[in-house]
Ligand binder design. Structure first.
Ligand SMILES: [Zn+2]
Length: 283
């Protein structure tokens, strides 16, 4: 990537209690585990300024890679579209970390009133100029939406990138209408990492320093409830389709396998290590 990061030591982003115990090393980066709440996070981590610069180059640039990104995310967006429309036929939707805007474009086509927040200028330009969407430059806390404004807020693979996840959840809660739906999709890497490590296989699964933390389903639910969400519902499945054949095969295999187990177990068994989604409602 050829980027220099300015790093800073941080306290636990969830409980503010400790700097954490070393847990996993990838190159120059170190994941730690909070000794008080067990949250897994990157420490030290890049400063907000260097992260902002990093995200100006994070998404693909050429038309062909934008197209393969769209293909990769299609099954995830397809699933989310259904979930939202089960909740309401239409309404006011905010997507945070909206990227090029393909999900919002789909929801707009289905009659929703859509808005996005994004920090990559290239992605903002594409979503506005090519797809004609309404996009605010991020972060969310600087977009200053009114209280109780949206029927639904979505965030696909966003929360693991945020330096202040609790502030983000509080802001989602503030701008949602009472009863409003928050849908978050996130990777859960720690169990797979532990498994590979057990077999002595070196891995760089955490995608550092882009991912600042790794939420478990239990941790994300605890955080949501703390800021005033309830009726949390965990989901699994709707795998991505990367263009690389090996990665795509793994994604389809683990995605389908874990989804099968989830439903066979009466929606109880959340296969560790694969991406998950959580639905939560503003109380
Ligand atoms: Zn903690």
């Amino acid at each position: 990537m050829g980027m220099d990061f300015e790093m800073e030591e941080v306290e636990c982003p969830i409980c503010k209690e400790s700097g954490g115990e070393p847990f996993h090393i990838e190159g120059p980066f170190q994941m730690v585990r909070c000794s008080s709440c067990q949250f897994v996070f990157l420490n030290p981590r890049p400063t907000s300024d260097s992260l902002f610069r990093f995200y100006q180059q994070y998404l693909p640039e050429e038309g062909s890679s934008i197209e393969s990104w769209k293909k990769m995310m299609r099954p995830v967006f397809h699933r989310a579209t259904h979930l939202l429309q089960q909740y309401r036929r239409e309404g006011r939707l905010l997507d945070v970390g909206t990227g090029f805007g393909f999900f919002l474009a789909e929801m707009k086509k289905r009659g929703w009133d859509v808005t996005g927040v994004e920090i990559s200028q290239k992605a903002i330009d594409y979503a506005k100029d090519v797809l004609g969407l309404d996009i605010h430059p991020g972060p969310l806390e600087k977009a200053y939406f009114p209280n109780c404004y949206f029927d639904a807020v979505t965030g696909f693979y966003v929360i693991e990138h945020l330096p202040h996840p609790m502030d983000f959840l509080r802001e989602c809660h503030r701008i949602l209408k009472p009863g409003g739906l928050l849908l978050l999709r996130y990777p859960h890497t720690t169990p797979i990492k532990n498994l590979l490590q057990f077999f002595g296989i070196k891995n760089r699964l955490y995608d550092l320093p882009a991912h600042l933390s790794d939420f478990s389903p239990r941790m994300i639910q605890r955080c949501l409830e703390r800021v005033g969400f309830g009726n949390c519902d965990h989901l699994i499945g709707g795998y991505t389709l990367p263009s690389d054949f090996g990665k795509r095969t793994a994604s389809i295999f683990f995605g389908s396998f874990s989804e099968g187990l989830f439903y066979l177990s009466g929606k109880k068994f959340l296969f560790p290590g694969v991406s998950k989604a959580i639905l939560a409602y503003k109380k």
